[in-house]
Design a protein around this ligand. Structure first.
Ligand code: PMP
Length: 342
């Protein structure tokens, strides 16, 4: 018989899937690392498990303990799955701009969810950084995960996602493109791929996808933390108003910024044109690939990582009314009257 001993054993070994329609005008092969095949439907399962295992190993997380984290949803899902299998409790602090689906999903897997306002300074006592920190100080036998600065986050991608991509492309990958939030994915995968390619005298290019309203691109280009870059945005999962320790800027060749509108439209396009029902950061990531077209040539193999699943965005990017309200799509609703006229 062949079976996984528990759900955690099914994490990783996700497929690499070719893009065929959206990318048809690009000269190169574009492959997507399709992370929604993880059991929690996102790449975050990998780092959640690794962060827990490392905390168990050095005693930060003790039997029966409570896991506390500020999470936009996917990390929470990964942590919750591991917590169920391993017998821990979870409290997640989430910002109010996150989709209701994400909050409901976390509650469905047994976590307690605390909602905080988005548009306050990180240092504000109501911010989700401050609230999660305070909860961890006040809850007995608790462990504050801190995915932003926790080195096990990037290490998970260095140990699993990176090697999988290298193996699946037979070492032929030339560019890796990915949305950046905590930086764990880009830094872990980027480090592994750079190391491997340098063994063969090559240098794989690592591109980050950022959003307008986030500090990464400007900081990478100038070394300056520019507060003017920070303003509210709609895109979910990527961009920050802080510099997480998990973003290793030295590994990143460049950033491209994608607008909220383009990220939303391309999230819809992936579903409609490729049959890829994915999250909002996948829309941003594929638009980022298109924006980088001048960097690609005929023999290049571009891998773009798609973080999560579309089901978490049905009330948003997959809801045309929501899209219209924000001016992301202009077509009007077809009424019975229009049908009669035509
Ligand atoms: N996309 C989604 C949907 C995410 O949840 C995250 C994590 N915030 C990212 C992209 C960015 O990944 P990372 O935190 O590893 O940079």
């Amino acid at each position: 018989m062949e079976y996984a001993k528990n759900i955690l054993e099914t994490i990783g070994n996700t497929p690499l899937v070719k893009l065929n329609v959206i990318t048809k005008d690009l000269p190169c092969l574009v492959l997507s690392k399709y992370e929604t095949f993880n059991p929690g439907n996102s790449t975050k399962d990998r780092m959640a498990l690794k962060m827990i295992e490392d905390a168990e190993a050095d005693g930060r997380l003790k039997p029966g303990g409570t896991i506390i984290e500020g999470t936009s949803g996917n990390t929470g899902m990964g942590l919750a799955l591991a917590a169920i299998v391993k017998g821990y409790k979870c409290v997640f602090v989430i910002s109010d701009k996150q989709s209701k689906e994400k909050m409901d999903i976390l509650r469905a897997v047994g976590a307690k969810v605390v909602v905080c306002p988005t548009n306050v300074e990180p240092t504000d006592p109501r911010s989700y950084y401050s609230v999660s920190k305070r909860l961890s100080e006040e809850t007995p036998n608790s462990w504050y995960v801190n995915q932003y600065d926790n080195p096990s986050n990037a290490a998970a991608h260095y140990e699993s996602t990176g090697p999988e991509i290298w193996k699946q492309t037979d070492g032929k990958i030339t560019h890796f493109v990915v949305g950046v939030g905590t930086g764990g994915t880009i830094s872990g995968v980027g480090k592994y791929l750079k190391e491997q390619s340098r063994r063969f005298g090559r240098n794989i290019k690592i591109w980050g996808v950022d959003t307008y309203g986030s500090v990464f691109k400007k900081y990478h280009e100038t070394g300056e933390f520019d507060e003017n870059e920070i303003y509210p945005y709609i895109t979910e999962g990527i961009g920050e108003d802080i510099l997480p320790e998990n973003v290793d800027f030295s590994l990143i060749d460049g950033f491209t910024k994608v607008t909220d509108k383009d990220a939303a439209i391309y999230t819809q396009k992936l579903a409609k044109e490729e049959g890829m029902f994915l999250g909002n950061s996948a829309g941003a990531a594929i638009k980022g690939v298109l924006q980088l077209r001048e960097h690609f040539t005929k023999d290049d193999v571009v891998v773009v990582l798609f973080h999560d699943h579309g089901s978490r965005y049905v009330g948003k990017m997959f809801n045309d009314e929501w899209m219209r309200e924000r001016g992301f799509i202009e077509d009007k609703i077809t009424t019975a009257e229009d049908l009669v006229k035509n």
